[in-house]
Design a protein around this ligand. Sequence first.
Ligand code: NAD
Ligand code: NAI
Ligand code: ISE
Length: 336
Amino acid sequence: MTLKLGVIGTGAIGQEHIRRCSHVLQGAQVVAVSDINVEGARAALQRLNIEAKVFENGHDVIQSPDVDAVLVTSWDPTHEEFTLAAIAAGKPVFCEKPLAMSAEGCRRVVDAEIQAGKRLVQVGFMRPYDAGYRALKKVITDGDIGEPLMLHCAHRNPTVPENYTTPMAITNTLIHELDVLRWLTNDDYKTVQVVFPRVTSKSHSQLKDPQIVLFETQKGVRIDVEIFVNCAYGYDIQCEVVGEEGIARLPEPSSVQLRKEARLSNTILVDWKDRFIEAYDVELQAFINDIKAGQLTGPSAWDGFAASVAADACIKAQNSGAIEPVEMPPRPAFYN
Ligand code: NAD
Ligand code: NAI
Ligand code: ISE
């Protein structure tokens, strides 16, 4: 049976996900889309050579009897509304990160899903599906470097649009680390502090860039994450785990090493679409397969909530300059 998908938001990642669901993955077909920019949605379908119905409103996609499951790939502040509507319609929904703009919003999704009595939500945290992160986790869980003591991480984008502001470094960018580092270390955050180095001249008045986010975890591990979204040189994700017996590093994406003109060099990727291209394929194939098998197993609404609890504390810490607590409520049995 072919799973019929509706996609809300046909921007950068919406188009990428439509492309992969239509031309790369197995068992699904995009039958409906919407975007507040309706002409943009039509143009995207034409570019991708896909025939699907274009709706003016995302809610009509969700309600369409032709649509079995929904992908929410519109802007961050729209995610909660569309995810809640999909749950109300009883349809599985893959929601890009963040699940909502605050822990309170995520909690509404968690509560609605529990009320529905069945897992219907997968959040677009793709890094746990990335082969590099999986290899790094195996090194840790196999005990190869002993107990982790410190993590040094970086999340660097070459550039961001003018509408990207200081809190978005947390809700839109760091949110990936907030999810993947919990998964990687099997730990939870206890406190967070944010410090601001000298601002790059490539930023603007509404964005303090770069930022350094410092965590202490429940197990006493110290984590530093540099967020630098106008780093100019590339899209660069770093993660180094310092353990009692050794150090493990996230593998670099493979690239041919060049010896040329008295230089030894490797290419650095510049676009998130390429850096995690396989992880996006795997996460969405898992979503499709899990729906057919009757049980979602990927990053859950509770994972979306946990990341947003930490994100709220980070934003508080951005504003206060103080060390702020991260207070995570107990996991409901529904998510065990
Ligand atoms: P984008 O701005 O390129 O695309 C967003 C699209 O959503 C736009 O076309 C916009 O017109 C549309 N849109 C906005 N509100 C809408 C609404 N109410 N109904 C329908 N369409 C609406 O942004 P993007 O880079 O594609 O990011 C989209 C989402 O994907 C964001 O939430 C972002 O955080 C997430 N994202 C995740 C990753 C990842 O690595 N997992 C990468 C990129 C983006
Ligand atoms: P984008 O700006 O390219 O696309 C967003 C699209 O959503 C736009 O086309 C916009 O018109 C549309 N849109 C906004 N509100 C809408 C609404 N109410 N109804 C219908 N369409 C609406 O943004 P991009 O980069 O594609 O990001 C989209 C989402 O994907 C964001 O939430 C972002 O955080 C997430 N994202 C996730 C990534 C990942 O690695 N998982 C990578 C990039 C983005
Ligand atoms: C974007 O929305 C993503 O999710 C990318 O993975 C991230 O690196 C980038 O900073 C975000 O803007």
